[in-house]
Design a binder for this molecule. Structure first.
Ligand code: CP
Length: 403
């Protein structure tokens, strides 16, 4: 992964890895531990549109990681007076280690990435909102313990949030349904991507049909133009019947989560009562923007820039994950031992004493992270099991799977 311009830049393994790193960084943050993973690094925070969550979560996140996050309203740069993007991009690439940009056209974001030569993160375009969707997936996994097999239903405009939720949900192994009024379908390339997932994806104009048995229901504002304009008035007419209400939610599972990326337009895409009923998960979702974006920065900078500091950061992250999965595995083995089961021979106390079992231990630990057996076997191939510690074996395998 060189950039995060859209959800399809991620493989399923990279998506899982970012969520795992985000969980770790959130736990560290709550425990008052912060690692200066971005020490000496500068991140350009470019905004061509208003933002509360994206701007402030990146500012706070970069600060917590020991880096410099430099907010710039692009209207106040020379770009706002006509300097071409291709020149701005080449200049910023010489000062910064990474850039986040909220803008309109996806093509402009791609041009920034191509010409700046530094990793670029999409802070929202008309086409995609990957940071938001990573936070959504993190929130769902936190509350449900898994993503695979759950049904996610998006109701609203088939624009950036729909595009990114469809791709992100399918990459994570979810069933995805998308409910949009006629004329507000998701992007054609997203529908082509979804088509490859067969019955796991469903597009409809019927809210009751799309919501049926949903585990998670998400929506987003669809009326963002100025009140009273012709477009705003047209949208108010086109979206009649698409407002998330308690009545509409009766089609979903009784314990369905409701997500909203915010800002919420109560009385338009969601009723006030339903919003307040689900405020806990909605504001967890907003909080998780901070943690997941820190994970994106850590992974992206560590993978893309190959200087020593970045690699140290990558190793630090990998080590933490390796330690966590070993602890999880030890817990699991201890529980199985207490129940008389022996799914991995030897049990937890034998881990250090029986070197030839390190491969098994590493396989089990990586499986805890959700990787498949073929992927794990390929990642462990030719690793020197005798010479390396279990932690280093897992770290090397994780790095290979991230490539
Ligand atoms: N959800 C979201 O991107 O919020 P902001 O527009 O406040 O950044």
């Amino acid at each position: 992964m060189k950039n995060l311009l859209k959800m399809s830049d991620l493989s399923p393994a990279e998506l899982t890895h970012i969520l795992d790193v985000a969980d770790q960084l959130k736990a560290d943050c709550k425990a008052g531990r912060t690692a200066p993973l971005l020490a000496g690094k500068s991140v350009a925070l470019l905004f061509s549109k208003a933002s509360t969550r994206t701007r402030t979560s990146f500012e706070v996140g970069v600060y917590q990681m020991g880096g410099l996050g430099n907010y710039m309203n692009t209207a106040e740069l020379q770009a706002g007076r006509g300097e071409p993007l291709r020149d701005t991009a080449r200049v910023l690439g010489r000062y910064y280690d990474c850039a986040v940009w909220r803008t309109y056209r996806q093509r402009d974001l791609e041009e920034l990435a191509e010409l700046s030569g530094i990793p670029v993160i999409n802070g929202l375009t008309d086409y995609a909102h990957p940071c938001q969707v990573l936070a959504d997936l993190m929130t769902i996994r936190e509350r449900r313990g898994t993503l695979a097999g759950l049904k996610l239903c998006f109701v609203g405009d088939g624009s950036n949030m729909a595009n990114s939720l469809i791709v992100g949900g399918l990459l994570a192994g979810m069933q995805v349904s998308c409910v949009c009024p006629p004329g507000y379908r998701p992007a054609a390339d997203v529908l082509m991507f979804a088509h490859k997932y067969g019955n796991a994806f469903h597009l409809t104009t019927d809210p009751a049909e799309g919501l049926r048995d949903a585990d998670i229901v998400a929506t987003a504002a669809w009326n963002t133009t100025a009140p009273g304009t012709a477009e705003s008035e047209q949208r108010l007419r086109d979206f009649v019947g698409f407002q998330l209400t308690g009545r509409l939610l009766e089609n979903a599972k009784p314990d369905a989560l409701v997500l909203h990326c915010l800002p919420a337009h109560r009385g338009e895409e969601i009723s006030t009562a339903l919003f307040e009923q689900h405020a806990d998960e909605i504001f967890d979702e907003a909080e998780n923007r901070l943690h997941v974006q820190k994970a994106v920065l850590a992974v992206l900078l560590a993978v893309v820039t190959e200087d020593e500091k970045a690699l140290t950061a990558a190793n630090g992250i990998g080590k933490k994950i390796a330690q966590r999965v070993i602890l999880e595995l030890k817990d699991k083995l201890a529980r199985e031992e207490a129940l008389g089961g022996t799914s991995v021979k030897g049990g937890a106390p034998a881990m250090a004493a029986v070197p030839h079992s390190k491969k098994n231990e590493a396989q089990s630990a990586l499986a805890v992270l959700g990787y498949g057996s073929a992927e794990i076997a390929a990642a462990l191939k030719d690793i020197d099991m005798e010479a390396l510690t279990l932690e280093d074996i897992i770290r090397q395998a994780l790095k290979r799977m991230m490539k």
